[in-house]
Write a protein that binds this ligand. Structure first.
Ligand code: NAI
Length: 396
């Protein structure tokens, strides 16, 4: 197969003109980031209303930043002046990079990339913000799959520093480096992830929800006590509060997608209790009821108490998952730790945290769970066992 070498001269340059397709939550955030980094941005949406909403929202954000003294009014005006909004996709012509943030459907994204290839130059880069689709499958839809990659931002994009940089199987390796350098120039913390289900964050974070659900389903602790236990060890929110915020429809769908994509690996099995909440329409804060009841955005009810053993068990599962991601070469140890801190605000990197606790301790906990339940779900990662036996560090 003939693979075009990347244009080295071009790869020395930063992306200057950026197209963003989809002006919803993510697209609007990314447009702000690129514009603040000095890029000329063309923001496209099929709906004029979405563009209007996005514009008004950015104006409010910028006003607040000026009020707080975090931006000068000139900077705020310049940022807003660098974003052009349009419903016509052809207006991205001439862009160095286009990032799509439209609906999470492979067919819609493939159709969009095909259309973009007809508009853009051959050197232009095509990026997807997908959180669950295969970047490789998306690249396959293109005539030049070597210029496709994932740039996965986290919500709210202007505040969360992490960007997972995900090469497809077909992506030119030079482009990965180029993307990492550009994301750094945008003030972001890039982490390179293999194109595997959930990439880094949505894979490694699964036990935060699933083990909490499991403990609750077994009746070992109440929802409020589990939340209090996780807050006590440094998480900003407990798993149930966070699932209520994310929405059980969204959270359950992510778990189900990861579970299916791993051919039914029991470690990622979705929770029956959560499926029931979805069936009842108790989606969390947005529907006024989830695990907790809400009065507007405010949680109703009494706070829980940390309960012995709860945080340890969830943490052991999280640490095991993080080590296993390194074992399967999804990402480097450094990038796994960066991802969880900069993408979902974990108080520490899970690998550094496991090392601090002692790998032996985590192995013992996994073996204890495995012995008690006899389930595959609790298998200890071979790398975690190696680390415990060898006394090595991930970071030396
Ligand atoms: P959203 O629903 O807020 O916005 C999507 C926008 O795309 C809408 O304004 C819609 O009008 C527009 N659109 C849909 N199809 C289009 C097309 N063919 N051409 C032009 N515009 C089109 O969605 P959101 O939440 O911003 O998500 C976008 C993408 O980012 C999805 O792939 C999602 O999985 C991913 N993502 C979402 C995160 C989140 O927390 N919301 C986090 C990380 C990734």
């Amino acid at each position: 197969m003939h693979v075009r070498r990347w244009d080295y001269l071009r790869s020395m340059n930063q992306w200057k003109t950026v197209g963003i397709v989809g002006a919803g939550t993510m697209g609007s955030g990314m447009a702000q980031i690129a514009a603040e980094a000095g890029c000329e941005v063309v923001l496209v949406d099929a709906h004029h209303k979405a563009l209007e909403r996005s514009k008004d929202q950015l104006a409010r954000v910028m006003d607040r930043l000026v009020e707080k003294g975090r931006r000068t009014s000139e900077e705020a005006a310049a940022t807003q002046g660098r974003i052009r909004r349009t419903t016509d996709l052809v207006d991205v012509k001439g862009c160095d990079l286009v990032i799509e943030a439209i609906v999470e459907q492979l067919q819609a994204k493939s159709d969009l990339f095909k259309a973009l290839e007809g508009i853009l130059s051959e050197e232009a880069v095509l990026a997807t913000n997908t959180s669950s689709l295969s970047v490789t499958a998306l690249a396959q839809a293109c005539d030049h799959p070597n210029r496709v990659l994932g740039l996965h931002f986290f919500n709210p994009a202007p505040l969360m520093a992490l960007v997972e940089v995900i090469p497809a199987l077909q992506t030119n390796p030079d482009l990965v480096e180029h993307a990492v350098a550009n994301m750094r120039a945008w003030g972001k913390a890039p982490a390179v992830a293999k194109d595997t289900p959930g990439f880094i964050v949505n894979r490694v974070a699964r036990p935060f929800y699933s083990e909490a659900l499991r403990i609750h389903e077994e009746g070992l602790a109440s929802v409020a006590d589990i939340d209090a236990s996780m807050r006590e060890v440094g998480f900003r929110m407990g798993p149930f509060e966070l699932m209520d915020l994310i929405g059980h429809d969204v959270n359950h769908a992510v778990t189900s997608t990861v579970h299916e994509a791993f051919y039914g690996d029991p470690r990622y099995r979705p929770s029956h209790v959560q499926r029931q909440l979805v069936a009842a329409g108790w989606l969390g804060q947005k529907s006024g009821r989830g695990f907790y009841a809400y009065d507007g955005k405010k949680k109703v009810g009494t706070e829980g108490q940390p309960k012995q053993g709860v945080a340890d068990r969830i943490l052991a599962m999280l640490m095991n998952e993080a080590v296993d991601a390194v074992f399967w070469q999804v990402a480097s140890a450094h990038d796994v730790d960066v991802a969880m801190q900069k993408g979902v605000n974990y108080p520490k990197g899970l690998l550094a945290w496991a090392e601090e606790r002692g790998f032996q301790h985590v192995v013992a906990h996994m073996d204890e769970l495995r012995g008690r339940y006899g389930e595959e779900r609790y298998r200890c990662s071979p790398l975690l066992r190696d680390m415990a036996q060898s006394g090595k560090s991930f970071f030396q």
